[in-house]
Every structure is written in C-alpha cells, then in structure tokens.
Design a protein around this ligand. Structure first.
Ligand SMILES: [Zn+2]
Length: 365
C-alpha cells in the first residue's frame, strides 16, 4: 500500500496544472488496470482527466450501484516535492496530498483487491470515480459525479477522516463565497467631500452588518476574508470590494443567509451594491449519512475496529451527492493530519484497517 501511495504522491497533481494532473491520472489508472475492472479516462479541456472505474462482479444483480468517490488533485504546485518530499518516519508517511486524499485512493484499490481475492458476494455494481478538481470547487466534475450519484444507492467518499481517532464525517457544512462590490462616487476629500460617496465606508458598514449573521451554535459563520478599496489618500473611495466566506450546517440556515444576501440594501445615500456568488456546496446534513454510518460502525465492530463520527467545517464532493438525497458517508479515507500544510501525513498502520472497512461496506450495501 505504501509503495502505491509513493507512486501516486510522486506524480504531483495540482488542480490547476493539467499536464501534471493528467500524468498522475495515468499512474492511478494503470494501477486499476491491473485488476479485473473497466477503466476509463474522461478527457477534460483545462483540468486533469477524470478517472472512472467500473467493476461488475459476477455476484451482482442487474440493478443497483455503489459509488466510491474521491479526487486525485492536490493543493500543491508542481515542485512542492523538493521541499516536502515523500518520506516515511515513525509510522507516518508524509508528502503533498497523501492525506487529502491519495491514501484514500490506495485504500479503495486494496479494498477491491480483497473483494476480488476472496470472491466476496458483492451484490451491486461498483463505480470508483476519481476526479481532478475537487480542491478548486469541482467545476469540471460536478455534473459527472452528480449523474453517477443519481444512479447509485449509496456514495462512499474517501476524503480524509477527522482527527487522530479517524472519525467518519457524517455532516459537513455548506460552503460559499460571495463577492460584495460597492460603487460609490469619487471626490476631493478636502474641497468637495459632500459630492462624494465613500465606497470603503459603505463596505465597512455592510461587513459590520453581516457580522451579526454569525451563529456559531448553529454552525453559521460569515467572514470577510479579503477587502480592497479606494485609490489614494485625498480621494473619496469610488469602489470597494470584499470576499466573504459563508458556512452553514443546515439547509434552512443556508437559505436564510442567501435570503439576507439578496435583501442587502445600500446604507449610505448614493452608494450602489452588487452581490456576486453565494453557496457553492449545500450542507451535508447528518440524516443523509446516519444509516450508512450505523452500518459502517457495526461492520467495523465485527473486525474489532472502533469507528466514531464527527462534523467537518469544510465541504467536499460529498456535499453535492448528499444534496441530491443520495445516502452519503464521508471521511472514509486515511487517518492522519495536516491536510493542505507542510506536515501533511497519514498513519500507515491505519491504511489496511480503513481498506477493510471500505471492503466490508461494499460487500454489505
Ligand atoms: Zn479532499
């Protein structure tokens, strides 16, 4: 498993570098090709090609499908390996994207091996989908993965698990980004301030207003993460903009925030407001995961593996499939820490354990 993880990691695959990503996709596809499955690369214009693998075991009926979902793109530019090499130390494997989520792909591969080697009576066709742009919003893969999810009875997402205990993710916040643009009116700050409309002031007022929408107890957060405005001192700012991060744990709260966004009105006379964007991923509510989690927990317990659950503040493609109402269980991937950071790593001895859980789920769903 470690050797396969090394191969996948050494093929750097940033979401935004197609040539590198395609090369990584070839490496991943080659590994799956060694098994008795159908492998298809789905060509993309500007993003890496997606990988779709289909396995129809002889024991499977004519109906039903299980989807194993993940992404092979990472947030690391090519060349990151030079300062952050793939290395193994004290039972951990380090490297760009090992945790999020190349080890997850490896674990799914070995789960397939187990099922094929023991001739497990798998009842449904299994589709593995490895996409190339999850880290940048899944623009090129969303339709594909949603279509595949609609054909499926359950979706198992091999994103990293949560915390040192490797909790599965049974809820995820919905995530959005909004751009707030204020158009004011420039004027001399000394000679004719009364003729100006200060866009920076207007933006500050709006951000202050939006701050009150935060409701940490319900998992609603609204954060202005970037602001820009004005041109120089002595000139009343004509334009200002902010990028605002939105999160909500419940669908109803997401809708409420969206409604408030649409209802925003200028506060200063003469100012104009433009609101772009909104929620990109709806929340994955726990009810969509509950039954699958109960199944996973009981199957794991039979193997003397303890499984817990948690809520993730970030979104994944699991949010998309859950929003369609398809039972979705996320965080089935690696146990480790440091996603998107220099100390990203996985716990090596957890890899076979996690592969076993996936295999059990696929054989019993
Ligand atoms: Zn991920």
């Amino acid at each position: 498993m470690l050797e396969t993880l090394r191969t996948f990691t050494l093929a750097e695959s940033p979401s935004t570098e197609k040539i590198a990503a395609d090369r990584c996709a070839e490496f991943i596809a080659a590994e799956w090709h060694k098994r008795e499955v159908n492998v298809a690369l789905i060509p993309q214009k500007s993003r890496g090609n997606h990988i779709r693998i289909e396995w129809k075991p002889s024991s499977a009926g004519s109906k039903g499908q299980l989807l194993v979902l993940g992404h092979y793109d990472t947030v690391y530019a090519t060349g990151t390996l030079e300062k952050m090499p793939f290395r193994v130390s004290a039972g951990k494997a380090y490297g760009p994207g090992v945790f999020d989520m190349k080890a997850g792909i490896v674990q799914a591969l070995f789960a397939l091996d187990v099922l094929q080697q023991i001739n497990a009576p798998v009842r449904k066709k299994i589709v593995f989908l490895w996409t190339s742009d999850e880290e940048i919003g899944s623009e090129s893969s969303r339709k594909l993965l949603e279509a595949e999810a609609r054909r499926s009875d359950a979706v198992f997402v091999l994103e990293p698990s949560l915390g040192p205990k490797g909790l599965l993710k049974t809820a995820r916040k919905g995530v959005g980004e909004v751009e707030l643009i204020v158009q004011g009116k420039a004027s001399h700050a000394g000679l004719a301030p009364e003729n100006g409309v200060n866009a920076v002031n207007e933006l500050a007022l709006q951000i202050t207003k939006m701050r009150a929408w935060n409701d940490p107890h319900r998992g609603v957060t609204v954060n202005a993460d970037m602001i820009q405005g004005g041109t120089r001192v002595n000139v009343i700012a004509e334009r200002a903009r902010a990028l605002i991060d939105l999160r909500a744990l419940r669908l109803a709260d997401m809708r409420a925030v969206e409604k408030k966004l649409r209802a925003l009105k200028p506060i200063l006379p003469g100012a104009k407001l433009e609101v772009k964007g909104g929620f990109n991923r709806a929340p994955m509510e726990r009810k969509v995961s509950a039954a699958l989690f109960a199944r996973a927990k009981s199957l794991a317990a039979q193997m003397r593996i303890q499984l817990g659950e948690g809520t993730a503040g970030g979104g994944s493609d699991g949010n998309f499939t859950a929003a369609l109402g398809i039972p979705t269980l996320d965080g089935l991937g690696a146990v480790g820490d440091g996603a998107h950071s220099a100390h990203e790593h996985i716990i090596i001895r957890k890899m076979p354990e996690r592969a076993a859980v996936i295999a059990a789920l696929l054989a019993n769903s």
